[in-house]
Design a protein around this ligand. Structure first.
Ligand code: LCS
Length: 398
């Protein structure tokens, strides 16, 4: 595979496993917990790291290695790996990057379970955690401590679609704390839209449950970064701390999903742009947040660090009571009430009581996640049908 190949070629071909004498086009599923050694000496040499080869699926498996290599190629990283869930990726990376006595500086708007892991999990183990608004560089600067070892953020953020300047935060972090890691959760954008490592970040995390798989049938996580750090995540964070190993079958499904990442994400973006413009023009809609709209507070930053489009997620608020808003959601026919995102189906949810119900009322207020906020994950249906479904409900609101 040519290193200079384009995105589409890489998403299909990187990591191909050659099996002499059989040559299957699709990679077979290596549904095995362990691998045979020819001799005790071979087993010992593999454990000692003196010989390449598989040992046991928690330590490595061809299907899992293949998607790790693929993500690394797409994210412009040296190495990549997969875990059993997005939370498995977050915990594996953080247990590797941090130890008791260290300080984590994170944005105040995070996926609900990342928020609870940071504020209830890491803090129980002697790691100090500060959440500030990463849009405000001065606030980030003021919160840095001598023991700050990691900077963590999503962009766009779940669910409020706040945009963080990856280049500016990475520069500030590396100048202030040379040995700290800048970790970006790139779930919402995927490498088709945004490559944080090119902008100075050290590590990229994904809930591969979302766009990387894209078909709503797998829970998985992934990470990419330097060879040294990813090896540490594999041999310490994953092997010893979380054990959050992805199954070979799930890895096979992610591999299959990633082959169409660019065309799927492009359609999500195109549909979302049309739906966002429709929502913005409807009199029953109070506010729409979508990075592709000129009205988004950081639309200029979106144009600078996002490419090919602005993602498939839209948040919006209605000009009505909470009861009327709930009735609007309940009556939708095509849009399905469900959490998760990045699937072929358009999904709608209420962050304050669903994905972000782990937040305290104060933390919700700080993150700007209002009672009336609704989140849409725009699917791959015809945009006109999604709009017609939303319009029917919106037209009923007085
Ligand atoms: N990071 C982000 C940005 C997420 O949105 C999620 C899940 C995770 C990490 C965790 O990934 P998981 O373990 O679920 O694979 N976000 C969800 C959401 O917004 N609705 O349902 C799950």
């Amino acid at each position: 595979m040519d290193k200079n190949s384009g995105f589409a070629t890489k998403q299909i071909h990187v990591g191909k496993i050659e099996i002499p004498g059989i040559s299957p086009l699709a990679t077979p599923i290596f549904q095995t917990s362990t691998f045979e050694f020819a001799t005790t000496a071979e087993g010992a040499a593999r454990f000692a790291g003196e010989e390449q080869g598989y040992i046991y699926t928690r330590l490595g498996n061809p299907n899992i290695a293949k998607i790790g290599a693929k993500l690394a190629a797409l994210e412009h990283a040296e190495a990549g790996m997969a875990m059993a869930s997005g939370m498995g990726a977050v915990t594996t990376v953080m247990w590797t990057a941090l130890k008791a006595g260290d300080h984590l500086l994170a944005d105040d708007t995070l996926y609900g379970c990342t928020f609870s892991y940071f504020t209830h999990g890491l803090t129980r183990c002697g790691i100090d955690v500060t959440l500030v608004n990463f849009e405000d560089l001065e606030a980030v600067k003021a919160a840095i401590r001598p023991n700050t070892k990691a900077f963590y953020f999503e962009t766009p953020t779940n669910p409020s679609l706040k945009l963080i300047d990856i280049e500016a935060i990475s520069k500030l972090a590396h100048e202030s704390c040379p040995d700290a890691k800048v970790i970006v959760d790139n779930t919402f954008s995927t490498p088709y839209i945004q490559t944080p490592i090119d902008l100075g970040a050290d590590v990229v995390i994904h809930s591969a449950t979302k766009y990387l798989n894209g078909h709503g049938d797998v829970i998985a996580g992934m990470a990419a970064g330097s060879q040294e750090f990813i090896t540490e995540c594999n041999m310490f964070g994953l092997k010893d701390m979380t054990g959050a190993v992805l199954g070979p079958f799930e890895a096979y499904l992610i591999d299959r999903g990633m082959k169409t990442l660019d065309i799927r994400v492009q359609k999500h973006c195109d549909n979302a742009m049309k739906v966002a413009r429709f929502l913005e023009g409807h009199p029953a809609v109070e506010k729409v947040l979508y990075p592709g709209l000129e009205s988004h507070p950081r639309h200029e930053l979106a144009k600078k660090q996002m490419h090919n489009g602005f993602g498939g997620i839209i948040t919006f608020e209605l000009k009505c009571s909470r009861e009327e808003s709930a009735a609007f959601v309940n009556d939708l026919k095509l849009c399905t009430i469900a959490v998760s995102l990045g699937d072929a189906e358009t999904l709608i949810e209420h962050p304050a009581t669903m994905t972000h119900s782990t937040y305290t009322p104060e933390a919700l207020a700080q993150a700007g996640i209002g009672e009336s906020m609704l989140r849409l994950s725009i699917g791959l249906e015809d945009a006109e049908d999604i709009i017609a479904d939303l319009k029917e409900g919106l037209d009923r609101i007085k």
